[in-house]
Write a protein that binds this ligand. Structure first.
Ligand code: GUN
Ligand code: FE
Length: 429
């Protein structure tokens, strides 16, 4: 199968946050890895291309996981009675410390990358650990999957305990530069991203150094923001001169620019001031509803993010989120927003299915450029879904079927997965 072809099936993709376009037994065209559009009837000029007819199956754009921790994959679902800071110190940091051992790292990252290959994500923005060698191993493995990612060696020079902390800001910055130099020019689909874990893990000096490095080397940054009340209080103590948590990142020049947008995970407790800072910098919010439920962090005001014109995508946040399946994350996003409306503020209408499908595809995809829909000029990322196991006593529209897919994620089987026009996964029947 080369990079130019036509797929036929039930097509669904977002036009905007409020509109999903569908075609029953429609066509979507890929030429040299770029989408030429979706059609009800195949235009004559594409009739010479190889056609793959998926019959009654559904074809949707690939999804973007805007926030996921690769080293946490193998302990997902453990310690879910804890809240953030206890969960980090009791379960997460001891686990991440093990990635100093390359035998362990290789094996554990293989579990992660194998499942990443098989899931709905065609793009992902990934935290590794603070270890250079293991991070490079993860990047090597991800490059082999064909999925497009940003991967970050984590920076932490304080509050990591004995086993998960770099010796000083200087050491952390030096290790970061060594990591960047080691992978320079090595990959096509795997890019580095600077990754200060969060303010409690990084001294002022380290944060400033990373802000400077991002500018010097034209790198993006990812981190966590306003996830949990105790965390927010702690940041106030650690950076007393900041006006809010987002301002602390801003002070250290780590909030990015529209050309180098920073991703902030969570923003569960961000108020209007914080949203304004995010908006002013062109930052993306990674909304992680599964994680926010599991760690009792709260319900993020996603409707406010969208109304403020901030770019929002979805993150699984494994292992605080217990699954890498973004379709499941979509469902929890919907359910959380309904409870926000019912229990927190009846003036804030629940998210619609259209909005959540948009965030999983085009909203998060925007972080990677022209990604996340079947409009002309977009990179061709697609998932072929077999929903025949869901059964139905009547014909359902494509729109009904993708909504059902979301509410019954275990029965939505991925048949094939394409990234930039290349088939990267095919399920063996
Ligand atoms: N804040 C700092 N580190 C982490 C992490 O690993 N997971 C989550 N959910 N929040 C964090
Ligand atoms: Fe996280």
């Amino acid at each position: 199968m080369d990079n130019s072809f036509v797929l036929r099936g039930g097509i669904a993709f977002s036009e905007s946050a409020n509109r999903i376009t569908t075609y029953y037994r429609g066509y979507v065209v890929c030429i040299d890895g770029i989408c030429k559009g979706a059609f009800h009837d195949l235009p004559d000029q594409y009739k010479g291309l190889q056609l793959y007819d998926y019959g009654e199956r559904i074809i949707i754009p690939g999804m973007t996981d805007l926030h996921v921790h690769a080293p946490q994959y193998t302990f997902r679902g453990i310690g879910m009675d804890a809240e953030l800071l206890d969960w980090l110190s009791t379960y997460t940091f001891p686990e991440e410390a093990k990635y100093g051992n390359m035998e362990y790292a290789k094996k554990a990252y293989q579990y992660f990358t194998d499942d990443m290959r098989r899931c709905f994500s065609t793009r992902a923005v990934v935290f590794a650990t603070l270890h250079n060698e293991a991070t490079i191993e993860l990047m090597n493995q991800l490059e082999d999957t064909g999925i497009v990612t940003y991967v970050g060696k984590v920076n932490m020079d304080r509050n990591g305990g004995d086993n998960l902390q770099e010796d000083s800001a200087e050491e952390s910055l030096k290790a970061t530069k060594e990591w960047l130099d080691a992978i320079e020019g090595k990959y096509v689909n795997t890019k580095p991203i600077l990754t200060p874990r969060f303010i409690p893990s990084c001294s002022d000096e380290l944060m400033k150094g990373l802000g400077k490095l991002a500018k010097e080397r034209d790198l993006r940054i990812q981190s966590h923001l306003s996830e949990n009340h105790s965390e927010i209080e702690w940041v106030k103590e650690l950076v007393p001169e900041s006006t809010c948590y987002a301002n602390a990142y801003e002070m250290f020049d780590t909030m990015g620019t529209p050309e180098r947008p920073t991703i902030m995970a969570h923003c569960v407790h961000s108020d209007d001031r914080e949203l304004e800072i995010l908006k002013n910098h062109g930052a993306f919010i990674a909304h992680c509803a599964d994680s926010n439920m599991n760690l009792t962090s709260g319900i993020a005001p996603v409707r406010k993010f969208l109304d403020a014109g901030i770019d929002v995508g979805l993150g699984t946040d494994v292992a605080a989120g217990s699954s890498m399946n973004l379709v499941k994350t979509m469902l929890i996003t919907l359910q959380a927003s309904k409870m926000y409306y019912r229990l927190v503020d009846t003036n804030v209408k629940p998210l619609t299915f259209e909005e959540v499908f948009f965030m999983a595809t085009l909203g998060g995809g925007k972080y990677f450029g022209n990604v996340g829909t079947f409009k002309e000029g977009y990179e061709f990322d697609a998932i072929v879904v077999d929903d025949s196991k869901m059964y139905s006593m009547r014909d359902m529209s494509i729109r009904e079927r993708i909504e059902r897919m979301c509410y019954n994620d275990a029965d939505a089987l991925i048949k094939d997965k394409f990234v930039k026009g290349k088939k990267v996964y095919s399920r063996v029947e």
